[in-house]
Design a protein around this ligand. Structure first.
Ligand code: COA
Length: 393
């Protein structure tokens, strides 16, 4: 063996630049998020999720007619066929929704005429269908597991409003639909986060769009990534009242646990998306006449910051998941659909990244991700282990 131990630290690739991208930029120290040159605050205030999808896929904000055509195309693709509905009916009631979603994306590949045709147009076409169908799949699964018939997509409604309609069977209040729309805009893209890197890594093997996206769904499901929004709501439910915040922080710190929805591998200041969502939660509380969730979250954030500081930890602030959970909860979205809701938004960024990975310069781009590892396993001295036959072990 010639390799030597290189003192490699397990840094989870933090700070390592693995590719160039034109899609988004996260300026961690300044707390800035930019989608294709535009500040996320401006996009949240002035655009819809459909416009952001167009921006992701076509690298510019759409004009009026472009947006109408794009939105019309998405609406045409919202429908899922009977085979998919039947497949969803065979899922056990207790199946985890992110697992169902991951399987459904692979299922769509089985029913696509040419999933493996690695041409930019084909990948874009598949991407459009995934943006359109993932909300329908998740809403249908939720209704089926609750013994209800799926609700057909409504072409008169926006992407955000239609999801809430398919979930509840009722057209949502336009104000609530807009709040949800802004949440979709805020979650649409975030550079080389774990699930996006997963998607790109799979795409780099020249696997197809469905393979990259189903892998990304699996990656997003983890508690340290997209799964955090569900854990935040579970935490708020467990805390239950503002008076119980101190005891919860103490217990978490003593047990070596984490305050979910706080801390970020890139932002060392408050996540700009949390800054936008915080007043939205407050407004939602005023609207519903129940300020409890806002009050618990705000108090928890304030007191956790103080507790982190006391322990000499700076740079741990509220992230995107800290306030989104309270919003979704008050909209009536089941807690275990919070991460799928993240996925039906992040799909926009994932598609843009898969296409950039495969077609950025040449088509297809031929650079497979293949990092190295520092082997620290059995070595047995200057030579490899002597093989021991079965009867001598
Ligand atoms: C997101 C996360 C994985 C970032 O991890 P990271 O970059 O490795 O974390 P940091 O290097 O900033 O952590 C430094 C220290 O702060 C601690 N810390 C980080 N986030 C914390 C949290 N939410 N609660 C308590 N402690 C936390 C770490 O345990 C570590 O402590 P140590 O030095 O004593 O071991 C981490 O902050 C976390 O687990 N947060 C909770 C889950 C979450 O909200 N995820 C969604 C992210 S969008």
């Amino acid at each position: 063996m010639t390799d030597t131990h290189n003192e490699i630290k397990d840094t989870g690739l933090r700070g390592v630049k693995v590719a160039s991208t034109r899609i988004s930029h996260v300026a961690g120290a300044e707390g800035k998020l930019i989608y294709r040159g535009y500040l996320v605050e401006e996009l949240a205030a002035n655009t819809t999720f459909e416009e952001v999808c167009y921006l992701m896929l076509y690298e510019k904000l759409p004009g009026k007619t472009e947006l109408e055509d794009f939105t019309g195309e998405l609406k045409k693709r919202r429908h899922i066929d009977a085979q998919m509905t039947e497949a969803l009916k065979t899922r056990p009631k207790g199946a985890l929704p992110m697992d169902v979603l991951q399987g459904a994306v692979a299922f769509l590949a089985n029913h696509h005429p040419h999933p493996n045709r690695l041409a930019r147009g084909n990948e874009l076409d598949i991407g459009m269908s995934l943006i359109a169908k993932m909300p329908t799949i998740m809403a249908a699964f939720d209704r089926i597991r609750n013994g209800k018939a799926p609700v057909a997509p409504n072409p008169d409604l926006s992407h955000a409003a239609n999801f809430l309609h398919m979930l509840t069977g009722e057209a949502p209040d336009p104000e609530i639909a807009r709040v949800f729309d802004i949440c979709l805009v805020l979650h649409a893209e975030h550079s080389f986060n774990a699930s996006t890197f997963t998607a790109r890594q799979i795409a780099s093997t020249q696997a197809h769009m469905f393979a990259s996206i189903s892998g990304a769904v699996g990656s997003l499901s983890g508690a340290l990534h997209g799964g955090a929004n569900e854990r935040v709501m579970e935490m708020l439910l467990e805390i239950g009242s503002v008076d119980a915040v101190d005891a919860y922080i103490r217990k978490t710190f003593e047990g070596g646990g984490k305050i979910m929805g706080m801390g970020h591998s890139v932002y060392k200041t408050k996540d700009p998306r949390a800054k936008i969502m915080q007043p939205m939660v407050e407004k939602m509380g005023e609207r519903t006449g129940d300020m409890k969730w806002y009050d618990i979250a705000r108090t928890l954030e304030e007191k956790a910051l103080a507790a982190f500081a006391e322990n000499g930890k700076t740079g741990i602030h509220a992230n995107v998941d800290f306030y989104s959970g309270a919003l979704y909860y008050q909209m009536g979205i089941p807690v275990d659909l919070f991460t799928p809701v993240f996925a039906i938004s992040r799909i926009a960024g994932w598609i843009a990244h898969v296409i950039e990975e495969q077609f950025a310069e040449a088509a297809p781009k031929a650079m497979l991700y293949r990092p190295s590892a520092d082997y620290v396993g059995e070595y047995c001295g200057p030579a490899e282990c002597a093989f021991v036959p079965m009867d001598k072990r």
